[in-house]
Design a protein around this ligand. Structure first.
Ligand SMILES: C[S@@+](CC[C@H](N)C(=O)[O-])C[C@H]1O[C@@H](n2cnc3c(N)ncnc32)[C@H](O)[C@@H]1O
Length: 363
């Protein structure tokens, strides 16, 4: 029922559009965030065992504890978490560091309510909009991958952009020539001119990064930490990745068809971390560090957190060691997930120890 209502809402948008089609990003945004119907805005469980996928804060409380430790020197100015999911990261961060003001900005009303229930009594506040001036640390775990990207391909010696149209058989992709504008400029620089090469360009994620970076305080220590799956640009758009990185998740199964199950499945793309670093630098922030999740967590004290954990019994000990393995193993999340930290000069000084793990030369 819910999927049908979502399909009707998208069909109505397509029907009222001049070209009888909407851009892929508009389609993806509706599927994920249409009020009450989108994947993140309707009431279904999304994260964890009962949902469709799991994230690092859901896997282990040691993830949030390690972040609290890694940013202890700058979090006095406050913590803002964007897109807090079930509230798991806030809960674990708070369990070791109750000092900073912890605020959450969440676009989904349903998730915001769930977070408020999960974090009752933990001194967390919710924001309706981003503050004009940001101090302390901003955390985004798997948020950029949940923003709406465009699909672009190179075909017949030209760049084309995907639009979505619909009929009684469902939704379909229509390719239209892309000849000007920001998306065309990005495509020309990023998408290899190989016949049929198809990939994503996420201008919305770049705009979000630029907005955050442009609001970093000029006088107080301030940084942003993006954690997500993705690559530097040359790896993202490498010639052999001919079908891009778009992925859908439904009940712990991954597939590549975003046009089915509207509102019922997650749609996501990997992050072009070079684009995010460029957007931040253009907005006058500095790149402080870029590394794999494994390097970041290990240098941030993950193993100390593990050692300090009071295991209730042997099966908990085995489970928690297993979750640490998941977070850092190169065959699980350790290498595919990256941590990009950008900030102002004061934050760069405070976090100078991160130079040891920094691989921003790869961006
Ligand atoms: C894949 S979930 C990740 C949830 C959580 N951070 C975690 O790791 O478990 C993406 C989250 O980002 C939120 N979101 C997406 N775009 C956002 C934006 N522009 N501002 C704030 N939250 C956003 C979604 O509603 C959802 O809570």
């Amino acid at each position: 029922m819910h999927g049908e209502a979502m399909a009707l809402a998208i069909a109505a948008r397509i029907g009222t559009s001049l070209a009888r089609s909407i851009s892929f990003a508009d389609f993806m945004r509706a599927c994920l965030y249409e009020p009450n119907l989108g994947y993140y805005t309707a009431g279904a469980a999304k994260l964890g065992e009962a949902g469709d996928f799991t994230t690092a804060p859901e896997i282990s409380a040691l993830f949030g504890r390690t972040l609290a430790n890694a940013f202890a020197s700058i979090s006095d100015g406050g913590v803002i978490e964007l897109g807090a999911g079930s509230g798991a990261l806030a809960k674990s961060f708070r369990s070791v560091n109750k000092q900073p003001r912890y605020r959450i900005l969440e676009v989904s009303a349903d998730l915001r309510e769930r977070q408020q229930r999960a974090l009752a009594g933990r001194d967390v506040a919710w924001l309706d909009t981003l503050p004009q001036e940001i101090a302390g640390i901003v955390l985004l775990n798997e948020v950029l991958d949940a923003t709406a990207c465009e699909l672009v391909r190179f075909s017949d010696e030209r760049y084309e952009q995907a639009f979505v149209s619909g009929d009684q058989n469902g939704f379909h992709i229509q390719w239209k020539a892309l000849t000007s504008g920001a998306l065309f400029d990005a495509a020309k620089h990023r998408i290899p001119p190989i016949e049929g090469y198809t990939s994503e360009i996420n201008l919305e994620a770049e705009a979000l990064t630029a907005t955050l970076a442009s609001r970093l305080s000029a006088s107080a220590t301030a940084a942003i930490c993006f954690i997500d799956y993705g690559f530097p640009r040359r790896e993202f758009y490498m010639p052999s990745r001919r079908q891009g990185t778009l992925m859908c998740h439904y009940r712990h199964r991954a597939h590549a068809d975003p046009l089915i199950l509207p509102g019922l499945q997650d749609i996501t793309s990997h992050v072009d971390f070079t684009a995010m670093a460029e957007a931040a630098v253009d907005a006058r922030a500095q790149v402080i560090s870029y590394s794999s999740q494994a390097r970041f967590l290990l240098s941030g004290g993950l193993l100390d957190q593990l050692q300090a954990w009071q295991f209730a019994n042997e099966s908990e000990r085995i489970a928690i060691h297993g979750s640490v393995q998941k977070l850092v193993s190169p065959t699980e999340m350790g290498e595919l997930f990256k941590v990009l930290i950008v900030g102002n000069t004061l934050a760069a000084e405070q976090l100078s120890a991160l130079a040891e793990i920094d691989e921003s030369y790869r961006l």
